[in-house]
Design a binder for this molecule. Structure first.
Ligand code: NAD
Length: 257
């Protein structure tokens, strides 16, 4: 079997527990730029503004940070065929979980169940208080900013409010890291979709899965440093290939009963 798409189809048919690991590349076909491609987010903003240290220390950096959040939320981005293909995997009973580095919430919007989504880098759907950890919908904070509050603080304890994302320099959520590592160790197929695999510790998940004996598939537009470790590599657009892969899986799957 030479066609890599057919090889991925076969691996999914044979697998009992599939972990899907997504990065910014799964959402570019929804219109959200990734970090490292030309025209990506860091060509328009200073990454230094997104460190937790700068956020806490500098009111002007916080204002720019809220501006980016407002841009992301008001654009009302929608899932694309790659997100929906992952929902299909769940419906087929194959998906162990989707581990995502994305903060855009599109796996939820597409229809994957809450308990099957592990957001390693948080979400822009909520904000959190850096003092008391109180969470509230991000749109509520954006509304306060629109109504004139320049630098919103927690109404319960006075602490700084921030989008519930993991900024550079901020600790990873230990419970989610633990869950993601466990699923990676226990799966028999691990599929990377749209990640450059350079942001650690998230990028250690495919290595954990591979070391524990899982097959590794990488679907990414450009080559990654882990391509040589993968069983199948597909350099293509995620939305285009994932839709085709799931169609074939559904056709070839033995019917129930
Ligand atoms: P990255 O920008 O480092 O890499 C994205 C990869 O996706 C690139 O290698 C690119 O070639 C590939 N890609 C782009 N479009 C694709 C497509 N249509 N199909 C297949 N591959 C495609 O992103 P990363 O690995 O996720 O790591 C960067 C960090 O960026 C993560 O921590 C994530 O939190 C954050 N981020 C998230 C979003 C989002 O939530 N949508 C957007 C930008 C950045």
């Amino acid at each position: 079997m030479d066609d890599p798409i057919d090889q991925v189809v076969q691996l999914i048919l044979e697998a009992g527990k599939v972990v899907v690991f997504t990065g910014a590349g799964v959402s570019t076909e929804s219109g959200i730029p990734d970090f490292r491609s030309p025209g990506g987010i860091w060509s328009r903003y200073d990454p230094e503004d997104f460190t937790i240290q700068r956020f806490v220390a500098d009111k002007e950096a916080r204002k720019r940070n809220w501006q980016v959040r407002r841009e992301l939320v008001s654009a009302n981005y929608q899932p694309n065929p790659a997100h929906y293909a992952i929902v299909e995997l769940e419906k087929l009973g194959k998906l162990s979980c989707v581990i995502t580095q994305n903060i855009d919430g599109l796996h939820h919007t597409a229809g994957n169940s809450e308990e099957n989504i592990i957001e390693l880098h948080g979400t822009i759907k909520f904000s959190k208080c850096l003092e008391c950890d109180d969470r509230l919908p991000l749109v509520d904070v954006l509304k306060r900013i629109e109504e004139g509050e320049e630098d919103p603080h927690c109404r319960k304890c006075g602490g700084l409010l921030k989008a519930a994302t993991v900024s550079f320099g901020e600790a990873m959520p230990q419970d989610k890291m633990y869950q993601a590592e466990r699923h990676s160790r226990e799966c028999d197929l691990f599929i990377v979709i749209g990640s450059s695999l350079v942001v650690y510790p998230a990028a250690s998940m495919p290595l954990i899965a591979k070391r524990a004996g899982a097959k590794l598939v990488i679907i990414n537009y450009t080559p990654t440093e882990m391509d040589s470790r993968a069983d199948v590599v597909v350099h293509a657009k995620a939305g285009e290939v994932m839709g085709a892969i799931l169609e074939k899986v559904k056709q070839k799957r033995p019917s129930a009963g």
